[in-house]
Design a protein around this ligand. Sequence first.
Ligand code: 2HG
Ligand code: ZN
Length: 462
Amino acid sequence: MNTATLVAELRALLDERGLLTEVADMAPYAHDWRGLFSGTPLCVALPRSTEEVSAVVRACAAAGCALVPYGGNTGLSGGATPDGSGRQVVLSLSRMAAIRKIDVFGETIELEAGCVLQTAQEAAAEHGLLLPVTLAAEGSARIGGVVSTNAGGTNVLRYGMTRSRVLGLEVVTADGQIVDGMRQLRKDNAGYDWKQWFIGTEGTLGIVTRAVLQLAPMPRYRVTALLAVPATAAALNVLRAARQAIGDTLTAFELMSGAALELVARHQQLRLPMGDSSWFVLLEASSSLAGLRDAVEAFLGEVLERGEVSDAVVAESERQEAELWALRESITEAESKEGPSIKHDVSVPISQIPAFLMAADSAVVREFPGTRVNAFGHAGDGNIHYNLLVPPGTDSSAVNALVHDVVVAHGGSISAEHGVGQYRVGELLRCKSPAEIALAQRIKKALDPRNLLNPGKVLPIQ
Ligand code: 2HG
Ligand code: ZN
């Protein structure tokens, strides 16, 4: 492949802002958010339309050159970072950011892949509708990346992962073909649901260019509360009690260790509205029916009385709600300011959360003395961010292996919501059988036989 010829070809295909080749201009695309992964893009293509995406893919395919799709760079698994060969083209759809349509009857939104999640949420809210994919990174994450990684977030227990919101998709396949499946249908059993092949596969099978997402009615009432709980087992009892008392109105049930909130206090200058505790739960309920607050307070009274909660604060205003959420959503940033960490984005069956945490903590303390655990996450759906601040020089792959063995022993997954990217690719065999991997590879071969789409990501062996 002659890379100079390809760059010239791409320059001719795109407008004057459509191609970056200067090292300084490409710098933001050369590494992930944490700076853990870095690479050397050949160039960065910024097409303005699906047709231009198709033309870029065709040109790269003809040159035998790999493409690395890049969304908001918030995935934390290195999925959008090119390798160091200087021969991979980064493809950003940030200039395709239009909100094409909102259908208030079907409660759907039609978006281009470069649209920032928060922008889409705000547009839906103007029509009294909720786009319930809710992430700490929603101000930067882009729809194409959110769909391609099947992003999770804080509302999964009520609304599901991104996959469950996707009604329609348009993709560009490895040979540059545009496949338009932008249907608005809730029910469509007419053959293979091929869009699933492109959701959560991190751009290894095709490029997501547009999506139709299912919205939900915007709840009229919301209650947010911060609870101190003595132990994770108590948190599970609170979760169960909440589900029984307020049912589906429970939208978020986030677990945070006292240590996680200490980091937030230190680095983000955010103070807890109550005293110290080993664990905290941030709970949110929402409904369009009146009486929600009374129901939440009644249930909180019961769990306080039983000692499953030692202290509770219910937000009295939107400002207080935002302050409580800021505690939770600042953990990642506080952790990064504390120093380098080894992240584990794991899930276990909800009932196994306390046993998993106990087993992982004791294994880590035994094998890697001096390590500090920063555990938090979406306990309501079984997803724990089991992040470790380790002493300098610690072998991170040995740490990963130890933690992931504990995860697998508890029936869990080594990637709950952040995908595999390049960060976890070596660990995948730990939780997927050879037959599962072989099946995935057959699909990869069928859709991208020359391995030109995001090579080295997601699949362990090419
Ligand atoms: C969150 O839940 C994000 O805040 C980030 O998924 C997780 O920093 C992390 O490990
Ligand atoms: Zn998370």
